[in-house]
Design a protein around this ligand. Sequence first.
Ligand code: THU
Length: 159
Amino acid sequence: MALQEHKFFYQLFAHWNQLAEPDQKLVEHAVLAMGKAYAPYSKFKVGASVLLATGEIICGSNQENIAFPSGLCAERVALNYVGANHPEIEIDTLCIVAEGGLMPDEQLLSPCGACRQVMLESENRQKPPIRVIMVNQDQRTMIVLSVADLLPFGFGKQA
Ligand code: THU
């Protein structure tokens, strides 16, 4: 049986200050959002910013709860807000940043599986792909051009 191959492209930057100016602005919003994270249990603070097609930027941060599963990741706080308040507006880019001891410093940041599924639903609700900018604790930055790249064979509509 022939093996199939799946490829995707991603960009790596040593620091987010190497990004284009509009992307830097998005990172700055995510960093501000990270400052509002409520993460007393994990101490892992995450900030998310979403650039809409209108130019508006929506932010979110992780919100934990003493009943652990009741908490929510930053990406889902932001994307659920977009779904609830701007369901007709397309999403251009999602940016996430994080800090806290949970990951080794050098590890690139990438979203949890549940967030990938929610991000995929946002992408599938619109025509254009959603870019994702991920900034880790030492500012190293990875960009993928589509959520589908982060969740190959994701559950839902295939492109
Ligand atoms: N978290 C996020 O906000 N986004 C992710 O993609 C992964 C995890 C949060 C959830 C929890 O508050 C903390 O990080 C530790 O898992």
